[in-house]
Write a protein that binds this ligand. Structure first.
Ligand code: GAP
Length: 466
């Protein structure tokens, strides 16, 4: 299984999906850059998410709030105090570890699954000592005392050193929705229940290394806060409703195999300070088995209530019939987009043995694929074929993301497009010049059909659009 991960990392680099961050300077741990193909796939996932949860519904509105917010936001939300990981350092080799991961990996190797996130430092020390957990790097048993570290990324506003003030890069994007709650009420006057959604970058000072884009310093997060009146709707019912909707998105829209997914309720210790119930939708990653892909939390009225108290601004909602004023409660479905990207790649990856040769195919849903089609002239040294193929390429390019390839032989071009998940390869041959048609090869079946050029856009649209 770990082998699959190295194959994905290698494919991602080879085909321009994901590159290690700042690579020419030796890299920067836990940072990655999306390449030309990766940016298309990531954008397709994000756009599909937006279309599915915002554009296709009447009850969820979008937002795009600033990455740097008043530091008060993070104090009041509880992040400056409670957004912490417990770390231990190996005194011998100086290797730094997240204590919960160290312990969980230790038990994993013994075939036991436990969750340690949220345990206090004393309890963590007790487990490390009792289990005599060794440093994974140098095998010493010589740990510093476990210590808490805040995950918020600090930055400073101002250019004059003496007058610079502390600020934070957002650790979650949810706070943008809470601080704009009143603005949305005042401008759109929506009826409860309704959601506010955002998609954007979040930042966390993660120290756990490895596992590719699973855990990074900067990551793409898409989430929404679904506000409701707790007197009119039972939170348990809404929670179950959103569980089902998240499942539909993950299996139906992203196309992730159900066998690779499971729901897991977080333990009380594990839950974030703001949550009364959290369930994780886990994906069976090749490193260490089921791990969090997405989360669903019942945040009660924790955030709005605290922001109202500390800002002095009335964040209550007025019931349009009864005129009663109250603070809505909130259910929060949250979706890590980089983890979506990784799960989609892992799930789509397949190796097939053909009659003559093996091929690697990314069986991506066509609407997620970076290129919807690739156009080839059968022979690159026949100007009449190249001219016709360019015409077809220009025609398709205006409608879909389309690749052009005239290098090597047709077999090599198919191989490259299969590896990048292009659903259709279109070849212009000598018959095309007479008949005004092309061959269209299907990525998954490898079957070819001839289609008239004038029918090509309609044919592809039906197959590649969601
Ligand atoms: N607003 C709730 C919230 O932020 P979270 O469970 O801390 O909840 C949400 O994070 C999602 O963000 C996770 O389910 C995961 O998909 C993703 N995520 C969290 N930390 C990450 C990191 N360091 N790198 C990549 N993705 C991350």
């Amino acid at each position: 299984m770990a082998d699959k991960m190295s194959k994905i990392i290698s494919l991602a680099k080879r085909r321009g999906f994901v590159f290690p961050g700042s690579e020419i300077y030796g890299g920067l741990a836990n940072t990655y850059d999306y390449g030309p193909l990766g940016v298309e796939l990531l954008r397709n996932i994000k756009n599909t998410w937006w279309k599915h949860f915002i554009n296709n519904r009447q009850d969820i509105y979008g937002l795009d709030s600033a990455i740097i917010m008043s530091p008060q936001v993070w104090k009041v939300s509880g992040h400056t105090d409670s957004f912490v990981d417990v770390l231990v350092d190996c005194k011998k080799c100086k290797n730094r570890n997240r204590a919960d991961h160290l312990i969980e990996n230790h038990f994993n190797k013994k075939g036991k699954e436990i969750k340690v996130e949220g345990f206090d430092v004393e309890k963590i020390k007790e487990i490390i000592d009792k289990e005599k957990i060794l440093c994974p790097s140098c095998r010493a048993f010589d740990w510093t005392k476990p210590r808490k570290f805040n995950l918020l990324f600090e930055t400073h506003i101002g250019i004059v050193p003496e007058n610079r003030s502390l600020a934070y890069l957002r650790g979650e994007i949810a706070q943008g929705m809470f601080v704009n709650f009143k603005n949305v009420l005042d401008s759109l006057s929506p009826d409860l229940p309704f959601g506010l959604a955002q998609s954007g970058s979040a930042f966390r000072n993660e120290i756990s290394l490895g596992n590719f884009i699973f855990r990074t310093l900067q990551f793409n997060l898409s989430e929404f806060e679904y506000f409701f009146n707790p007197k009119k709707q039972k939170w348990e019912k809404l929670f179950d409703y959103w569980k089902k909707e998240m499942w539909i998105w993950t299996t139906g829209i992203l196309g992730i195999n159900k066998k690779n997914l499971r729901w897991r309720a977080q333990t009380e210790e594990e839950r974030s300070h703001y949550s009364r119930r959290t369930e994780d939708l886990d994906y069976n990653f090749p490193f260490g088995g089921f791990k969090e892909l997405y989360g669903l939390a019942y945040r009660t009225d924790f955030d709005l209530k605290n922001h109202m108290e500390k800002s002095g601004v009335d964040l209550r909602y007025t019931d349009k019939e009864t005129k009663e004023k109250f603070i809505p409660h909130v259910i929060e479905p949250t979706f890590g987009m980089d983890r979506s990207f990784l799960a989609v790649l892992l799930d789509a990856y397949s190796e097939e043995k053909g009659k003559k040769e093996e091929r690697i195919v990314l069986k991506l849903k066509p609407y997620l694929a970076p290129y919807k089609a690739a156009v080839f002239p059968l022979l690159a040294n026949k100007p009449e074929l190249v001219k016709k193929a360019k015409e077809v390429y220009e025609l398709l390019k205006s409608e879909f993301s389309t690749a052009w390839d005239d290098r090597g032989n047709i077999g090599k071009r198919y191989y490259a497009q299969d590896e990048t998940g292009t659903p259709f390869c279109i070849t212009i041959d000598f018959d095309s010049l007479k008949q005004n048609d092309v061959t269209v090869r299907d990525r998954d079946t490898t079957k070819q059909v001839r289609i008239k050029i004038k029918e090509l856009i309609g044919f592809l649209k039906e197959k590649v659009e969601i």
